[in-house]
Design a protein around this ligand. Structure first.
Ligand code: SAH
Ligand code: SF4
Length: 383
């Protein structure tokens, strides 16, 4: 028994201390050897188990508007795509979708939309946050994914009850960033926003697209170093997938589905090894490349899934990339499908828990913890 405990502790120590040099990361990103990669994913999964447990947390995502003031070259809902029918959900319907999440025990939601920074929008979100918190008595962790905003806006939304923010840097290479965006979209401005978010007190999430045109394995290894250097709490990265009505689609001829899936999984595994206690999402874009993409993401070290709560009637209008899955499903169908997929992996779902990033808790020692009756807490869920 004592020997067993010693071996387990030694393993946990080894896994939690796992740190890879840039050269090692690069070599993993370049390898196509499936059996070697399987070993890497297994190791990352063991690190996930040792650090965040055998539990997957849900973040119900509500894509409440596709109105966007920006023109990112890769994105299907960019302002200049005139083929998109624009929508903005009414506040009461956003609240209804969030209520579904609360009642299903998701513990947290993500509010995502195209980018708007006008006064009407800022006030609308502020009011929505207050209503959401009142509706859930503060029991729903709220993540915003609403792009670049001023410090005043970030502060206003934080005060109104948003405690997490997801803002992908898209790529940590400023030169590549410039190739993917028009001249008025600045890498420095996006980076400054990430710093403001942390200063305001948010749990900060970022991420990149993987397999972009012009992107090299060196860029991806630098992205991993960027996450670590910026001491992030959450990671939501996923494969790049072309959208036919975007400027970047001119390079779609080079799009390699298998490669982007492999790189997506390898990035998750390497991120888990270098940042054992952060929350890492297995994003929907993985599933667009492989029906089991999200499960594979979990097995490579991710611990978060973002079930889609967007009402079915709006889903087709929120196509950031082509072949986005589950467009004809509703929130209930997504839940049942995910429950099946996750229990098939022998993982538990962290119901009724906000699933706060352990890294954030350690970083601040004051993370909000949802109080729930002991009877409803799975003994393996530590948050
Ligand atoms: N407007 C906000 C949030 C919505 S877009 C923002 O830009 O931050 C959310 C994410 O979708 C972006 O950060 C981007 O990484 C991703 N995305 C957009 N187009 C994509 C594509 N073609 N393939 C994969 N991901 C894409
Ligand atoms: Fe707008 Fe975000 Fe798409 Fe850029 S990635 S065009 S900001 S929705």
């Amino acid at each position: 028994m004592i020997i067993l405990i010693f071996i387990t502790l030694k393993k946990m120590y080894k896994y939690s201390m796992a740190s890879l040099t840039k050269a090692e990361m690069l070599s993993w990103l370049k390898t196509e050897d499936r059996s070697e990669l399987e070993k890497l994913y297994e190791k990352a999964y063991a690190v996930k188990l040792a650090n965040t447990g055998k539990v997957v947390h849900f973040r119900g995502i509500i894509e409440f508007s596709n109105v966007c003031s920006k023109n990112c070259y890769y994105c299907g809902i960019r302002k200049d795509n005139k083929n998109v029918k624009r929508y903005s959900m009414e506040a009461k319907n956003i609240l209804k979708a969030a209520k579904f999440a609360l009642e299903a025990g998701y513990g947290s939601v993500v509010l995502q939309s195209g980018e708007r920074a006008d006064k009407v929008f800022v006030a609308l979100i502020e009011k929505l946050l207050k209503d959401l918190n009142a509706m859930s008595s503060g029991k729903l962790g709220i993540t915003l994914s609403l792009g670049e905003q001023s410090e005043a806006t970030y502060k206003k939304w934080f005060a109104a009850g948003a405690k997490r923010y997801l803002l992908r840097i898209e790529t940590s290479n400023p030169g590549l960033y410039a190739k993917l965006h028009p001249g008025d979209h600045e890498f420095g401005a996006r980076l400054a926003c990430l710093k403001l978010l942390k200063k305001t007190g948010y749990q900060v999430g970022t991420g990149v697209m993987i397999g972009l045109p012009f992107q090299t394995c060196e860029d991806l290894a630098d992205d991993l170093a960027f996450f670590k250097k910026n001491d992030i709490d959450m990671l939501g990265m996923g494969p790049y997938i072309p959208h036919a009505e975007t400027p970047l689609n001119a390079y779609a001829g080079n799009f390699d589905k298998k490669k982007n899936l492999r790189l997506g999984l390898t990035m998750i595994a390497l991120a888990r090894l270098s940042m054992p206690d952060i929350n890492i999402a297995a994003t929907t874009a993985l599933q667009a490349l492989d029906p089991k993409g999200r499960e594979l993401g979990l097995l490579a070290g991710a611990n978060i899934i973002m079930p889609n709560l967007t009402p079915t009637e709006y889903r087709a209008g929120y196509k950031l990339y082509d072949n986005k899955p589950c467009l004809d499903e509703n929130a209930e169908m997504c839940l049942h499908c995910l429950e099946k997929r996750i229990t098939a992996l022998d993982e538990k779902i962290g119901y009724n828990s906000e699933g706060t990033s352990k890294h954030y808790l350690k970083r601040t020692k004051s993370g909000r913890v949802l109080k729930i009756p002991a009877s409803k807490i799975d003994s393996k869920i530590s948050i």
